[in-house]
Design a protein around this ligand. Sequence first.
Ligand SMILES: Cc1cc2nc3c(=O)[nH]c(=O)nc-3n(C[C@H](O)[C@H](O)[C@H](O)COP(=O)(O)OP(=O)(O)OC[C@H]3O[C@@H](n4cnc5c(N)ncnc54)[C@H](O)[C@@H]3O)c2cc1C
Ligand code: FES
Length: 287
Amino acid sequence: MRLAAAELVESREILPGQWLQSFHAPEMAIGCRAGQFVHVKTGDDSGMILRRPFSINTADPISGIITIHFRVIGRGTGWFTRLRAGDHVEMLGPLGRPFEVDPRSRHLLLIAGGLGVAGVRMLADEALRDGRQVTLLFGAASSREVYPSSLLPDEIEYVVATDDGSIGHHGYVTELVADYESWADQAFACGPTPMLGALAKLASSRRQRLGVAKLGRKRGGGKHDAIGSPAARRKAFLQVAMEQNMGCAVGACLGCVVMSVTGTPQRVCREGPVFAAEELVWDGAWS
Ligand SMILES: Cc1cc2nc3c(=O)[nH]c(=O)nc-3n(C[C@H](O)[C@H](O)[C@H](O)COP(=O)(O)OP(=O)(O)OC[C@H]3O[C@@H](n4cnc5c(N)ncnc54)[C@H](O)[C@@H]3O)c2cc1C
Ligand code: FES
């Protein structure tokens, strides 16, 4: 984890109220992994004390550029949109635990709800670089909020669902999963908690016959891996990136906990944000 003065290189509104910003932050770009996040300080004139957490959307270790993709929610994200190229922000990161891909996985299914695409976007780059096949299932309310395919690598299969049917599948993105579950070795999701909960339920009911479950059984037999361990994530069919409200983002304030199936609270900023879906309680124990 490092503290860096990141220089804004480019800032543009890619969808109504959604911004893509590129920062020169070589300290972050080198060594960060998909699923991790940065905690960014707003300016002294903003009157805000807490930093804002953002997924690392993409990272290029050669140019030293990382990007974040965010929706304007309140004062913090509004402040970011007023930054200009050449401005600097104080960035803490990379933070949290990354997605874990089993070395034998060939087919990765990424599932994103809305801004959740920022949570899985970098995994597409990593997977393609490692010679894997990637399908991204993306869900949004309407065509106005669909992530532009021009911002995705050409090699990935991109399938869209919209709630109003204005483009792609008419319905929830979760309804697309059944078509891919036998193809996928592993699945990785980020988005609203109800969507992640629905996916977790789906995955647990099919655990015995999903591709990654077979990989897990071959590799570890009946052995149980510690909650939060890389091995537990690697063996899971579904890994989820959580976005709880955060205070410190370094494990001190306990403001970001979710509940594990063993009853041990898990800090999203330290034990997460990526968890094996089966490690968490999904029945409303937290929100
Ligand atoms: C690990 C992680 C990764 C995230 N990645 C992204 C991303 O890539 N793109 C994106 O658009 N958003 C992301 N978020 C959510 C983003 O941090 C909030 O939307 C943002 O902090 C809102 O700040 P604000 O000042 O504009 O809103 P306000 O409502 O004024 O924020 C008030 C406080 O609540 C916190 N907060 C509000 N909403 C959220 C939320 N949904 N999650 C976490 N904290 C929140 C803020 O940090 C702040 O402390 C992520 C959150 C987490 C925890
Ligand atoms: S945000 Fe403080 S412990 Fe996670």
